[in-house]
Design a protein around this ligand. Sequence first.
Ligand code: AMP
Length: 193
Amino acid sequence: MRTTHPCLPYRCPVTETAAALVERLTAVVPDFPKPGILFRDVTPVFSDPVAFGRVCEALAAPFAIGGGFQAVAGIEARGFALAGGIAAQHQVGVLTVRKAGKLPGEVLSEQYALEYGEAELELRPGQLPQGTRVLVVDDVLATGGTAAATVTLLERAGYEAVGFASLLELDGLAGRERLEPRLPVTTLGRVPA
Ligand code: AMP
């Protein structure tokens, strides 16, 4: 029986779960992008073809039952890759939630607090019918400010945010507690902040 993916040099055991793949492949980079931050670099999960498909399946699975979702919103920038993978698997479209100033034309904007300072996200309205059920995805859930601002943008655009999914959540930053009153949350792993 084959126990590894046939496509060399990628060697994900067939039985390795999405959560195990995220744990094994995510790089931990101290003091990036600034001193004191333990950066979780998930890009090796994206570049492994088996892991990428498997994590996309796992992120969407809890939300594919019942009414499911009709679109996936990816948060710039690593959320775009995940949104694209999930959308292709489920044959739905993608909404891109972008940093301020990147989208032309009419946009909705939402400011939110970062640990130091403020950030702003934007969404182009009118791309999908009102009431469209949207799954929100990103790589890492920390304080939840980015995800909460995204949910607000989607609601302002007339969509229904039906869930949030990320590869990792950081312990002790209360991102899940912030989001769960608004929508269900799924992550594939919990790691120290
Ligand atoms: P937050 O709004 O605090 O939940 O932060 C989440 C956003 O910041 C996500 O888009 C992540 O990509 C990014 N982020 C926050 N902390 C980290 C970290 N330790 N490693 C990688 N990305 C992070």
